[in-house]
Ligand binder design. Structure first.
Ligand code: AMP
Ligand code: MN
Ligand code: MN
Length: 319
């Protein structure tokens, strides 16, 4: 584990930097990546952001959205340093193979990240978002975020904290956000851009809510989407927020079947440590927001995750 100033020193000595983050990127993965890109460019470095996924169009409001690239097959990008943000390096898809870097620096806020042998790790699980750590790094590097960096970093803070409502938002998070507003971030522009959705997504939400299932005596609620539904629905990210609010529900889960034997699970909780549930299946995350992938057919995966959540509630798995 490195200190903040050691991490800043590693960044300072690199000239050609590739930044990446986890597949299925969220506002923190994208915002922290672009925010760090802007900071390093202000220091005169050559920076490339590679993400092995499509970037949702809602994020086109972020300065730098257009320069994010998905690596091509057989690509070999040489650089001095690969920076992996908001995950450990096992969830960056083909970027791992597409980049030739003598050094890998992993910056993350997930307490479930054990670090990877041969890589440098800077982990601060007290930070609500990786973007908040990038704010700490800006200070350590002595670089003031410009309006572009501020918009990106603000987006990371806002999306990982449910727009500053979740328990991970601290006084430090609010102070970092205030500094970003002073640097030019416009919260209403970002929240309006991220809120807007196609009519069909609202209809898909109605379909999903129509099928929600309560279990564990009403203390858990799930939406379980078959492969057909998952393939048909363009965006399901917002669904979980609508069931975690149900009175009496501690754990909310959304399971999406992506392939005949591959299901993606997202969990949110009020008390139960869902990162412990996710870790059972090789996933990870935070106490109140975690995820994993089950290599099982839909019905089996549905039973597996329901059983694990029931057990976590019954046995009182809290952090
Ligand atoms: P999500 O439900 O996809 O928004 O993820 C919730 C939290 O769990 C985020 O902090 C993710 O980075 C983390 N997470 C989700 N899936 C995984 C996984 N397969 N492995 C490790 N962490 C995960
Ligand atoms: Mn993330
Ligand atoms: Mn994050």
């Amino acid at each position: 584990m490195m200190t903040l100033s050691e991490t800043a020193a590693v960044l300072r000595t690199a000239d050609k930097v590739v930044i990446t983050a986890h597949v299925n990127p969220d506002g923190d993965a994208i915002g922290a990546s672009l925010g760090l890109m802007h900071l390093l460019e202000a220091l005169g470095k050559h920076v490339t952001v590679l993400l092995d996924d499509d970037i949702p169009a809602a994020f086109s409001v972020l300065p730098g959205y257009d320069v994010i690239r998905r690596p091509q097959e057989g690509e070999a990008e040489a650089c001095d340093l690969l920076v992996v943000l908001d995950t450990m390096s096992d969830r960056i898809g083909c970027v791992a193979a597409a980049v030739r870097a003598p050094r890998i620096l992993n910056i993350d806020h997930h307490h479930t990240n054990p670090g990877t042998a041969g890589e440098d790790l800077y982990l601060d699980a007290t930070r609500a978002a990786t973007a908040e750590i990038v704010c700490d790094l800006a200070e350590a590097l002595g670089v003031q975020p410009d309006a572009a960096a501020a918009a990106c970093l603000y987006t990371g803070l806002a999306t990982d904290t449910g727009f500053f409502r979740f328990s991970n938002a601290t006084a430090h998070t609010y102070r970092a956000a205030a500094a970003l507003l002073e640097a030019g971030a416009q919260p209403h522009v970002i929240s309006e851009a991220l809120e807007v959705r196609p009519l069909q997504t609202v209809r898909d939400l109605a379909e999903a809510l129509g099928e929600l299932e309560l279990f564990a005596g009403g203390r858990a609620c799930g939406i379980f989407l078959t492969q057909e539904q998952t393939a048909r629905m363009a965006s399901t990210e917002s669904f979980i927020g609508h069931i975690r609010v149900i009175d009496g529900v501690d754990v909310a889960v959304v399971l999406k079947c992506k392939e005949p034997e591959l299901c993606r699970v997202s969990m949110r909780s009020k008390h139960v440590d869902v990162s412990r549930v996710a870790t059972l299946f090789g996933g990870g995350g935070h106490v109140r927001a975690a995820g994993c992938t089950l290599t099982q057919p839909f019905e089996e995966a549905r039973k597996t995750i329901m059983t694990a959540i029931e057990r976590a509630i019954r046995e009182g798995w809290t952090a």
